[in-house]
Write a protein that binds this ligand. Sequence first.
Ligand SMILES: Nc1ncnc2c1ncn2[C@@H]1O[C@H](COP(=O)(O)OP(=O)(O)OP(=O)(O)O)[C@@H](O)[C@H]1O
Ligand code: SF4
Ligand SMILES: [Mg+2]
Length: 391
Amino acid sequence: MSTTAGAAAPQPTETEQDLLVDVRGLKVHFPIKKGIVFDRTVGHVYAVDGMDVQIRRGETYGLVGESGCGKSTFGRALLQLEPITAGEVYVDGIDLSTLKGEKLRTHRRHMQMVFQDPLGSLDPRQTVEQLLLEGMRAHGMASDGKAARKRLSELLTAVGLPAAALSKYPHEFSGGQRQRVGIARALSVDPQLIIADEPVSALDVSVQAQVINLLGDLQAEFGLTYLVIAHDLAVVRHISDRIGVMYLGSLVEEADGQDLYDTPLHPYTRALLSAVPVPDPTIEDTREQILLTGDLPSPANPPTGCRFHTRCPWRQETRCDDERPQLRVVEIDGVPSNHRVACHWAEQIASGELERHTVDPVEDDEPYWSQTDEEADGTEAAARDLPGSSG
Ligand SMILES: Nc1ncnc2c1ncn2[C@@H]1O[C@H](COP(=O)(O)OP(=O)(O)OP(=O)(O)O)[C@@H](O)[C@H]1O
Ligand code: SF4
Ligand SMILES: [Mg+2]
C-alpha cells in the first residue's frame, strides 16, 4: 500500500501486532494432468479452497477434519512448500509469497514442522546429533562448537531424552522417543511457530498423552505458537486455545476450544463431536448421536453451494445447494463474537426451529480420471463457477 509523502504509516493495532500467522483467502488447487503426448490439465483438486486463519503469538490453534479435507496441504502451504493458487500468508507481518530463495529459507527457520511418522521424517542414516546439527548448521547456528554442544544437551533435556541419545540412530528408539527426537529437531533452530501435523496419531494411546503434555510444557518454556493438525477432536481438545473445523478445503466453524465443545453450531461439527465417547455412562447413553452418510466427496469435484449439503441432516430446500456459506459471526444468545460458523441456518438449527432429518446417500460423481476429456472439462468449468472457487 502506498502512502502520501511525509504521512506516517498506519500503526498496526494491538491485535495485528499480536498475530503471528495471518492467512487470508488461501487456495491451493493441484492440477490433474491427463494425456500421453501432451500433458493436459483436465481438472483440479481443490485441496485448500478459501481458508482464513489468524493465529496469535503463544496460542495453540487446533485444525481438525476428516482425512483428505486439506489439513496437511494447508500446513505445508503456510511454509510455502505447496504452490499457492490464491490468497496471502503473513507470518510475523511478512507476506511469504514475496520472499524467494535465501530470504524465504532464512524466514522458514521461524516455522518448523513436526510430522506424524517420526521414522519416515528422520533420516535413518543419521545419528540424533547429526540430525539436530543439520538444521542448526543450515542456519549458521552451529559455528561455535562449544555453544552447539551446550545447545544439543539443552534440547535433549527439554524433550526428556538422555544425553546418550545423541549417538543413537532413529530406529533404536521407541515411537514416543522418536517423536521426541522429531520435536527436538524442530526446536533446534529456535522457531516461533511449530506446525505439528498429526503429531501423535502414529503413537500408542498410552504415549500420546506424554507427547501432548511435552508439547504443552515446551510451549510454556519457549513461548512457542502451535498449529496442531489432527483428524481426531480428542487430540486437539486438551491443548488448543482455539479450534478450526475444516471440511473439503475450508473452515466450517471456528471457536475457543471449550466453546466449540459446549456449543457446536455447524452440523458437521455436531456430527464429529457426537462420535467422541463421553466417559460418564449416564451422559454417554443419552447424548445426541449423528451418523454421517457417505464418504467425504472428492475435492476434485466438490458439491456446489454448501459443500456439506450432500451429507447434512439439516439441509434445506433453499440456499444449501447453490449458495456457499461464508464463515460468519452468529446472533445466538451466549455465543461470543469469535465463534464463527459457515452455515446459512445456524441460528434456526441452534434454536430447534429446524429439525434433523434423514439423509439419502448421494452417489459420488465419476472421478475425473474415468471421464472423457470433454466431460472433465465440463465438470471443471462447473467447479470453477462455485462462489469462492475462482483463482
Ligand atoms: N501434490 C498433490 N497433488 C495432487 N493432489 C494432492 C496433492 N497433495 C494432496 N493432494 C490431495 O489434496 C487433498 C487434501 O490432501 P491433504 O493431504 O491435505 O489432506 P489431509 O486433511 O491432510 O488428510 P489426512 O488426514 O489423510 O492426512 C486430498 O484429496 C489429496 O489427495
Ligand atoms: S448451509 Fe445447509 S447444508 Fe450447509 S451445513 Fe448449514 S444446513 Fe447443512
Ligand atoms: Mg494430512
